[in-house]
Unconditional design. Structure first.
Length: 314
């Protein structure tokens, strides 16, 4: 048998690079490469858009739209101008009595008036107590236009800031101090004097429409405008900051959450702590721990988002 010659086979281990073709065939191959890249880019764009749809759907879901309609209707009814005979009835939500079109009295302004005159507001307390007993803080989530304004501003596409709910006790200090104690001692409704709702609904519109009022504007008015601007700016970055940390009306309704029947069903045994409920919560609650608590506004944005929060009848 003929002996095999020893040859160098190291070239077999080298990566093989095919030679570039020449002629019309090579031109067609090269021309398809940019087209393929564009096709891949076009296919990835819909995928990224589809990935963003769940977040968009949660931000503008059916519950959010329904609540927005109720909040808008509440604002129109509270400022309809045609129900002036209800001017002495406290509004269930925060609405300024001095607004030119207001049909109801401001509940917080009424409480301050009675504190300043050192009387007990039985009628106002009865109205607020009856509402709280029936729906709890659901009035904050479904009827209050101030809450709707905050949620609307928070949808601005900017980087958000999370603030701990440990500071929610401040609204009880506001209720006890600015709504009751300070008016009782000074005879002046200082919360209403500083309230940004009054500045938006009454102060600015009246100043714009009346030259005499504009001539009376002083440093205190600009202080109120500054407070209003700061709160509106904060609403862009923080979920419902006025409701969570300032609103004394929310502090009044909060204890009724313990007895109001409109509670949200929660299956703790099915909760996997995915955090989706907290993500959609307009009050930035740790929903598994704080649902139906003092800070829950019964908005039901979290309902149906997972098996632990089933929809009624599911």
């Amino acid at each position: 048998m003929r002996k095999r010659s020893s040859l160098d086979h190291s070239w077999l281990n080298q990566p093989h690079e095919p030679k570039a073709a020449s002629g019309p065939a090579s031109m067609s191959i090269q021309s398809t490469r940019p087209a393929a890249a564009k096709l891949a880019q076009a296919e990835s764009a819909p995928r990224s858009a589809m990935a963003a749809l769940p977040r968009l759907a949660r931000a503008y879901g059916p519950t959010t739209r329904r609540r927005g309609l109720w909040q808008a209707l509440s604002f129109v009814l509270a400022n309809s101008y045609f129900f002036k005979f209800l001017k002495y009835v406290p509004c269930p939500t925060l609405n300024c009595y001095a607004c030119p079109a207001a049909s109801f009295a401001c509940p917080i302004g009424t409480l301050q008036h009675f504190a300043a005159t050192r009387r007990v507001p039985f009628f106002t307390l009865g109205i607020l107590g009856a509402i709280g007993t029936v729906v709890g803080r659901a009035v904050c989530g479904w009827a209050c236009p101030v809450g709707g304004l905050q949620e609307l501003l928070y949808k601005a596409p900017v980087r958000k800031v999370r603030v701990s709910n440990r500071l929610t006790f401040v609204r009880y200090l506001v209720l006890a101090g600015l709504v009751f104690a300070v008016p009782f001692l000074t005879g002046e409704p200082w919360f209403s004097k500083l309230c940004f709702v009054g500045t938006l609904e009454a102060g600015v519109p009246l100043a714009l429409g009346d030259r005499t009022i504009r001539s009376l504007i002083g440093p205190f008015f600009w202080l109120k405008v500054g407070i209003t601007a700061a709160l509106l700016l904060m609403m862009v970055f923080v979920k419902r900051p006025f409701c969570r940390f300032v609103c004394p009306l929310g502090a009044i309704y909060a204890p009724f959450n313990r007895i109001a029947p409109s509670s949200i069903a929660f299956r703790e045994d099915l909760c996997v702590r995915c955090g989706r409920c907290t993500e959609v919560c307009p009050m930035d609650l740790d929903v598994p721990k704080e649902i139906n608590g003092l800070n829950c506004i019964r908005c039901r944005e979290c309902v149906g988002i997972c098996k632990a929060l089933p929809r009624p009848g599911a």
